[in-house]
Every structure is written in C-alpha cells, then in structure tokens.
Design a binder for this molecule. Sequence first.
Ligand SMILES: Cc1ncc(COP(=O)(O)O)c(C=O)c1O
Length: 401
Amino acid sequence: MGKWESFFSKDTQLLKSSEIRDLLKLTEGRNVISFAGGLPDPSTFPVEDIKKITNEILESKSSQALQYTATAGVSELREQLVSFSNLRGISNITQNNIFVSVGSQEALYILFNVLVNPGDHVFVEKPTYLTALNVLRTRRPEFHGVPISERGPDLHEMERQLKNLQSEGKKVKLLYIIPTAQNPAGTTMYMEDRKYVMELASKYDFLVVEDDAYGFLVFDGDNPPPLKALDKEGRVIYLGTFSKILSPGLRLGWIVADEEIIREVELFKQNVDLHTPSFNQFIAAEAIRKGVIQNNLPKVKSLYKEKRNQMLSAMDVYFPSNVKRTRPVGGMFVFVWLPGNLNTTQLLQQAMMQGVAYVPGNSFYYDYSGTNTMRINYSFPSKEEINKGIEILGNLIKSKI
Ligand SMILES: Cc1ncc(COP(=O)(O)O)c(C=O)c1O
C-alpha cells in the first residue's frame, strides 16, 4: 500500500495501471520493434503548412486565438466541420450540432459520463477500443458483447441478445461501435450491416455512439458512409478526430449530434476544462479551409496502404497457416487470432526479449477473453521493421505450436 493510498477516492481504484502498459514500458530505450502503439507515421504531419498557418493566425487573429472561447468550440472551426462532415456523407447539420473536444478521447469521457448510469445495459464490440472500455468501466454498466469476426461485428448475435434482454424486461441504453477500420480489429462493416445496426437501434430504441477515428483513412475499395449519414432519428452520436489526419499532438476531436445532446455535453465540459484550446482550434479551422487536410490525405492513405501490404505479405510468409488475421482496408491495425491454447500475454515477454512488442488482445475485451489474440500496428514502424518484426514473431509462434 502506498503512503497516500488511503486518501484516494474509491473511484480511483478502478484506474489500475494496465499490466500491459507496465510491460511495454520495459521496451523504452531498448532496441525493440514496436507494433504496440497506435501512432501515426510522423512523416505524414504537414509541418510546413502548420508553420505557415500558425504565423498567419498570430498575425491576424491573435486576440481571439489566444483568448478564452466558447465551451462548444470556436465558431470558425465548427463552421468548417459542418462542411468537412459532408465529405463523410453527413448532411443537414449546422454548427449547433457540432462540439469540439480535446481529442475524441475527451468526447468519449464526457459522453459516457453524461449518458451511462451504473447498471445500464451497454453493448460494445468484442474486441473494442481499450480506452473507451476503460472509461465505460468507471461508469459500472452491465456490458454485453458483440463478437467480431473478419467481417466485422456479428449482428445476428447482437439481435439475439437484444431479444433476450427485451424478454427479461431490460432496456438497452447504448451501443459503442467503430464501424470503419475498427481499432483493434481492422474490420470495416458492409453497407448492409450498417443498415442493420440502424434498424436494431430503432427497433430496440438505443443510442449509438459511433467512433469514426479512422473514417478518412480507408485506402482500399469503397468507403461506406458512417452510421450518422444513415441516421434519420438523431440517435447516432458521431465522433471524429484530427489525430489521424492532421496531428494527435493538437488534441482535437469533435462530436456531431442532436442539439439536445450537445447542450448536455457542454454543461459537463464546463466543469472539466472550460473549453478546448482556442489556438489549436484556429489552426484546424484553417487547415480545413485551405484544404491542407484534404490534400494531405492521399499521401497518408498511400503510405499506410504500402505498410499494410508489407505487413500482410510478411505475415503470409512468416506466420503459420493456422493463425487467423484480419485484412484491414484502412486504419492502422491488423488483428490476429492464434490457435486457442496460446496465450498472447504470456508470449509477450518472450517476444520482447527477442526484440518485438505488440498488444495482447484480451485488453480489448470487456470480459478479458480473447487471450489468444494480438493487435499489431503497421502505421508507425518502418517497412524494414515490419518485415523483421513479423519474422521474429512468426518464428516465436511456430516454436509454440
Ligand atoms: C477508435 C479510437 N477512438 C478514439 C481514439 C482517441 O483518439 P484522440 O483522443 O487522439 O482523438 C483513438 C486513438 O487511438 C482510437 O483508436
């Protein structure tokens, strides 16, 4: 027990430092190829454009950009986000439907606090984004899982569970879902499945929190519209982020939702941090207005496609054939299922000794199942590292089978 532990609130006990994070810390300063993070390739940052925009803002708008601003965000940015949302097929919205947050992470934190009471029935994908799960856990909901296969979430299974809950007189509050280039699974839902989710949401009357973190990063085939673009009833709360398309260091994300929901989020955020940094918001607004993001996207997508290709071909060569994996059409991750008896948490220590790190997949499951899975990132490592790292990992897996 630490010296000050008895002073900490009960809630902080849910904030246990993740075992994995502690393990991955051991890689710091060592020569380990890391497939563990979720970082963009820094060569995609439009540094010169940001430099120019920053200077212009300081010269012409410093009195606003360096000042406090409205809790929902700088009006210039919200206006730009209305048209930027059109690029994803989201229309019929105004500034009043937009809320700017400190990354989409803060949006998740606020939304789950605003919406979820202890004991509420909440659906998540199995697996799903770890930090969303962690925030949800602090709300103490009753979790229900939708298993993901190479195709995406199994919606028939979800419907089966919804029917069961209904027959027990239980009402579902919300579904948290990442339909496009899912983190960690790398799956992208087909259009028919997207319509199916919306039918279920309407029939069983629940809210959908749609995380579109990678929606602008689909590099293969069609990019189906987000659920928000199919939403006729206002029940989808859409989350976007500048982290993967401009810079994560700016810490900017946004919500598109019904005005009533936006107002509630605004009240909550006033108690958290008053507003998202004005200066960064002006930078993002100009980056959209000048087309910096739109013009940079083809470069980002083609780089990630090359890295994805490198990753998949290395896996074809070095992984045994009874290892299953996704084939992402966008985003930054491949998800891998090893034969059921292999435990990827146990394997990690050995992998790191041999110079490779990944994230064991069970942290992405609300019930910590998925012990034979792993998430592999391809956006950050170089192509040479991808090849070398997958060779090491493949040999290690083969030695265990
Ligand atoms: C699915 C998903 N949602 C949300 C986030 C949070 O990103 P940010 O707070 O940088 O917008 C991430 C980051 O990796 C993510 O993968």
